[in-house]
Design a protein around this ligand. Structure first.
Ligand code: HEM
Length: 396
């Protein structure tokens, strides 16, 4: 479904309807040849070297959060899940629009929250496949939010286009927006239309925001339950997080393994779904045209036939040589095949750097009466947030 015969499977209609608001022209929602053109045009934006160039922006966002936490009363309880959501939005803002978003960042963030609140609500009308003209609760609000986004983003694009037209190549801001505006389809040399640039900015903001925040929040939660791993990550951060940025991610191997293990136990996208364009047979199962198929990484990642002690938090699974022994399709936090996540390196780098920085600076302890439970709402989030006590790092 995802690899050998992926052409026969499309994003299913429920997912398309829910995710389509404003994203219809972007990579996540496009299908067929429109998807192919976008994927090859956008690939260089997420190449290893480009992603590595965002290291400083990611650490700057982590430092901003640290400064805010340092000004808290010692032992204050904060919702770390909400803080991570704010942080990942800041990282996207810094890496997409490095010269600022031009308008009020708080208003932009509030609109972002509204947007996720609206698209995260899967109504009964969506599930029964009611046509689009049937009014849905919250749709009007969503349309207003989208109109606001489009206005802000179009203004940013217009300003940047003028700047790129008038300044020499070397003076262009080094960010995803410049790359998007300069991206050319390698096959035809065609740039993206305004609608495509705007839809992909919204796509990166939506696809890269809550997903990465969840990965980070679950990593913090799991570390808070494992003092030995907390100490190992802290020691690694002390040794590596200063000076030389070259190869930093490779040197933060333990921290990265913690993030990968968190994505195993709590995959941000707990289930992937598709519908069959034509009848097919998968193993011994016959599928009719239009069948809805769900692959659930959450289940695969905890399957007893695929993992030893699957419910145990054990980041060593993702360290050499054990990592090479993980069966190819047992671990799918970023999907597989041609539609695999384009931002996976970006997300892993971001979560690893930020986790290292926060663990280096703070003792983060789960609030005494907190009950943590996963809830799937687009991404897999702690149902009631992640209340944690934040203390400056103890000297012991
Ligand atoms: C830990 C964080 C993330 C996780 C777990 C994640 C997960 C996924 C998954 C599972 C898919 C495939 C969906 C499917 O096949 O139905 C996907 C696709 C996608 N992701 Fe991510 N993602 C993350 C972060 C990001 C980031 C940071 C960005 C961009 C800045 C991003 C952009 C995209 C896009 C554009 C697609 C669609 C790719 C295509 O269809 O060609 N993701 N993601």
């Amino acid at each position: 479904m995802l690899v050998d015969n992926s052409a026969n499977y499309r994003k299913d209609p429920i997912q398309r309807r829910i995710l389509s608001a404003g994203l219809a022209d972007g990579l996540l929602s496009a299908e067929g040849s429109r998807w192919e053109v976008q994927r090859r045009t956008l690939a260089p934006l997420f190449a290893r070297r480009t992603v590595a160039s965002f290291t400083d922006a990611m650490l700057r966002a982590a430092d901003g959060l640290s400064e805010r936490w340092q000004s808290l009363e010692a032992g204050a309880i904060v919702d770390v899940a909400a803080e991570c959501t704010l942080l990942t939005l800041n990282v996207l803002a810094l890496t997409i629009f490095s010269d600022g978003i031009g308008s009020d960042f708080d208003a932009f963030r509030a609109a972002m929250n509204d947007y996720f609140g609206a698209i995260g609500r899967i109504g009964v009308l969506d599930l029964i496949g009611a046509p689009d003209f049937v009014p849905r609760p919250g749709r009007k609000r969503l349309r207003q939010t989208m109109a606001y986004f489009e206005e802000v983003i179009d203004e940013i694009i217009a300003v940047r286009r003028r700047r790129l037209a008038h300044s020499p190549e070397a003076d262009a801001p080094d960010d995803l927006l410049t790359l998007l505006l300069r991206a050319l389809d390698p096959a035809t040399g065609r740039p993206m239309s305004l609608a495509e640039v705007r839809a992909n900015i919204l796509t990166f903001l939506s696809a890269g925001h809550e997903t990465t925040a969840s990965a980070l929040a679950w990593s913090v939660y799991l570390l808070s339950q494992s003092p030995p791993w907390y100490a190992r990550v802290r020691a690694e951060a002390d040794a590596e997080l200063h000076g030389d940025r070259d190869g930093l991610l490779e040197r933060l191997a333990l921290t990265r393994a913690v993030v990968e293990e968190a994505l195993r136990l709590y995959p941000s996208i707990a289930a992937l779904s598709r519908s069959a364009e034509a009848a097919d047979t998968i193993g011994e199962i016959s599928l009719r045209k239009g069948a809805l198929i769900v692959i659930a990484p959450y289940i695969l990642h905890r399957h007893r036939c695929l993992w030893l002690q699957p419910d145990l938090f054990d980041p060593t699974r993702f360290l050499a040589p054990a990592k090479a022994r993980i069966p190819r399709f047992a671990y799918l936090p970023f999907g597989a095949g041609p539609r695999t996540c384009i931002g996976s390196s970006f997300a892993l780098q971001e979560a690893t750097l930020v986790l290292a920085r926060l663990v280096q600076r703070f003792d983060m302890r789960l609030a005494p009466d907190a009950k943590i439970w996963p809830l799937q709402k687009i991404s897999l989030r702690p149902a009631n947030g992640l209340p944690m006590q934040i203390l400056p790092r103890s000297t012991s």
